[in-house]
Design a protein around this ligand. Structure first.
Ligand code: G6P
Ligand code: MN
Length: 445
C-alpha cells in the first residue's frame, strides 16, 4: 500500500507517520512517498521520520521527491496537506485584512478567501494529475480552506476526494468527556461546513445528553468551547458551535485581539517554524526532540488570541494532541480494509442539507468503508445556521468561479459577499492589497 503525502516537508507529517507506525494491521501502508517543492523541508522531515522509525520493525519505507507526477504514480492514497505561499503567505493574509479592520484568519473571512484564491488553482492541477496518473487512488485532503479545496478537487475526482479536519472530532471528544461518556459510544450530531458546524446533540444509548450539559453552568464552564462562547450563548443557541464560529459570534473582539497581538498567528509560526527547519540543517541535531518541542509550543499557543479575548485561559492538557492524523488513519483503514466506521468528514452533500445543492461539499457524519464516505441523514439546521452556511457556501462558489475564470470582479464579489467583510469598498481594497503581495494571485485580471 503506497501513500503519497503532498506537502511532505510539512511540519505535521510526523504526526501522520507516527499514526502509520502504530498501525500493525493487515493491508497497512508499507510505502510513504513525500512530495514537496522544497528539498530542504523534505530533508528536515525525513530526518524526524527516520528517528521515529528507528525502533520500529517493518516501519513503512520513506522516500522523498520534488517530482509531483513521480510521487503520484501508483499511489493508493494521496494525502494533500500543502500550504500555497507558505507561512509568510499566511502572515500576509492576516496583515492585509487586519489593516482593513477585518479578520485575516487562514480559513475564515477575508484571509480564508485570499488563501482559497491562491490554493484552488494548485489543488485543481493536483486533482487533474491524480485523475490521470492514479485514477484509482483516494485523495484525503487536509489542505485549507479544507471544505472549499475539497469541493474544487471533487469537480475532477468526484467522491474519490474526501476532506478531513480535527476540529469536529476534538469538539465531540470534549463534550463527551465533560458528560462522562465514552466518545467511542457516543453519536455526535454535528453538521455544517468545514470550520462552520454545530453539535446539536450527543446521544448515548439513544438518549440525548446535550441538554444535561446545556443546563449545567458548571459543566459548561469546564471545557474549551464553553469558556470561549460562554454558558449563556451556548444555552441561547441550544448547540455547541465549532470553535471557528468564535470569529463570527464575537467578530469585533477577535479582530481587536488580533490587531493588538504582538504578532499574528501566521507571523509567529513563520518564525517558529523557520527556526526548526534551520536547526534541521545542522548535522547531528536531535531531530525528533526538536520537532516535539516545536510541536508542543505550536499546540499550546493555538487560538491563543481568541481564548485571551474571551478570558478562557490556557488550553486543557487533554486538548493538546490535535488528532487529524487519527481521522486520516481511520479513514484509510475503513477504505483499504472495509472496516466500516462513522467519521465526520467533508464530502458532497447529496441532499443531506436541503438548502444546499447535491455537489456542495459539507462537513457531516459519514459512513466510511471500502466504497468511500457517504453522509448520513441529519436533522435540518435552524434558520440562522442555514443562513450562515448558505452565505458562506455562496462565497466559496465565487472563489471557485474566480479561480476558474481569473476574473478580478468575481474575486471582489467573493470578498464583498462574506458576512465578515462589511463593505464592497473594503472588498475592493482587499483584492488590491492581496494581489499586490501575493504572486500566486497574478492570474486575477
Ligand atoms: C486546527 C484546524 C486546522 C488548522 C490548524 C491550525 O487543527 O482544524 O484546519 O490548520 O488548526 O493550527 P496552527 O497551529 O497552524 O494555527
Ligand atoms: Mn481544520
Amino acid at each position: 500500500m503506497k501513500l503519497t503525502i503532498l506537502g511532505g516537508g510539512g511540519f505535521r507529517v510526523p504526526l501522520v507517520y507516527g499514526a502509520l507506525l502504530a498501525d500493525r494491521g493487515e493491508g497497512r501502508v508499507t510505502r510513504v512517498v513525500l512530495h514537496d517543492l522544497d528539498d530542504g523541508r523534505l530533508n528536515a522531515v525525513a530526518r524526524v521520520l527516520a528517528e521515529q522509525a528507528a525502533a520500529v520493525p517493518d516501519a513503512p519505507a520513506v522516500t522523498a521527491t520534488t517530482d509531483l507526477d513521480e510521487a503520484l504514480r501508483g499511489a493508493d492514497f494521496v494525502f494533500s496537506a500543502i500550504r500555497v505561499g507558505g507561512l509568510r503567505g499566511r502572515a500576509d493574509d492576516e496583515r492585509v485584512a487586519l489593516a482593513e479592520g477585518v479578520l485575516g484568519q487562514e480559513t475564515v473571512g477575508a484571509g480564508g478567501i485570499a488563501y482559497g484564491l491562491r490554493t484552488v488553482p494548485v489543488a485543481v492541477d493536483i486533482a487533474r494529475r491524480v485523475a490521470r496518473l492514479a485514477p484509482d487512488a483516494w485523495v484525503i485532503n487536509f489542505t485549507n480552506p479544507a471544505g472549499l479545496v475539497t469541493e474544487a478537487m471533487s469537480r475532477h475526482l468526484g467522491d474519490r476526494v474526501i476532506g478531513i479536519c480535527d476540529s469536529p472530532v476534538g469538539l465531540g471528544r470534549r463534550i463527551a468527556r465533560v458528560l462522562g461518556a465514552d466518545p467511542k459510544e457516543a453519536w455526535i450530531d454535528y453538521v455544517g461546513l468545514n470550520h462552520l458546524g454545530w453539535v446539536r446533540g450527543l446521544r448515548v444509548a439513544g438518549r440525548d445528553e446535550l441538554p444535561r450539559l446545556l443546563a449545567d453552568p458548571g459543566l459548561l464552564g469546564s471545557f474549551e468551547e464553553g469558556k470561549l462562547f460562554g454558558a449563556d450563548w451556548l444555552r441561547s443557541l441550544g448547540a455547541v458551535p465549532n470553535e471557528y464560529l468564535h470569529y463570527y459570534y464575537f467578530n469585533r473582539e477577535t479582530v481587536r485581539a488580533y490587531q493588538e497581538a504582538e504578532k499574528t498567528r501566521g507571523a509567529f509560526l513563520a518564525e517558529q517554524q523557520a527556526r526548526f527547519y534551520e536547526e534541521m540543517k545542522r548535522p547531528g541535531a536531535a531531530a525528533l526532540t526538536a520537532w516535539d518541542r516545536t510541536r508542543a509550543e505550536r499546540e499550546a499557543t493555538y487560538m491563543a488570541e481568541n481564548r485571551e479575548s474571551a478570558g478562557a485561559g490556557e488550553r486543557d492538557a487533554d486538548d493538546l494532541s490535535g488528532g487529524y492524523e487519527k481521522v486520516a488513519l481511520a479513514l484509510m483503514r475503513a477504505i483499504a480494509r472495509d472496516e466500516r466506521t462513522t467519521l465526520i468528514l467533508n464530502v458532497r452533500n447529496r441532499g443531506t442539507l436541503a438548502a444546499l445543492d447535491a455537489d456542495a461539499v459539507i462537513e457531516a457524519p459519514c459512513l466510511a468503508d471500502a466504497n468511500g464516505a457517504h453522509p448520513v441523514s441529519v436533522d435540518p439546521l435552524p434558520g440562522h445556521a442555514t443562513g450562515l452556511v448558505c452565505t458562506v457556501k455562496g462565497v466559496e462558489r465565487e472563489v471557485l468561479a474566480a479561480a476558474a475564470s481569473g476574473s478580478r470582479a468575481t474575486a471582489v464579489k467573493a470578498f464583498a459577499l462574506h458576512p465578515l467583510v462589511d463593505s464592497v469598498n473594503v472588498a475592493r481594497r482587499l483584492v488590491e492589497g492581496y494581489t499586490a503581495v501575493h504572486p500566486g494571485l497574478a492570474y486575477l485580471r
